[in-house]
Design a protein around this ligand. Sequence first.
Ligand code: ZN
Length: 147
Amino acid sequence: MLTESVENYLTAILRLEDQGAAATTSELADRLEVARPSVTGMLKRLAAEDLVTHERYRGVQLTEQGRTAALQVIRRHRLVETFLVDILGMDADKVHAEAHRLEHALSDEVVDRLDAWLGRPTTDPHGQPIPGPINLQGDELEEDVTD
Ligand SMILES: [Zn+2]
């Protein structure tokens, strides 16, 4: 399990990559509202866990594993937003903060059941695509064997 903080870094880096912007230390510090030395420390940790690569002049880039993990957080976020709007009837403008808290709390099984119950939606209430499920456990097991 990744910590909430790690998940927030990974999704922030993914969003910057998707916008075609370099995920630099200062950009991440602004986005996550943390001090630059904290970002530097966290990026070392993420690199050690093989979630990002960090090259001095190119900024931070997600590894395949980091990208997969970030997409799963976004999947949880967007499914929760769909649940809050479609089922609980909340205003679409108000669900982001709720979803941001809940996105870290749901297990894979709960997310999968929620997804099925919602009818496997492909977009969230804001029209953003919901990433599909990925079997992380299978991948990790295989890597352990070959290492
Ligand atoms: Zn949102």
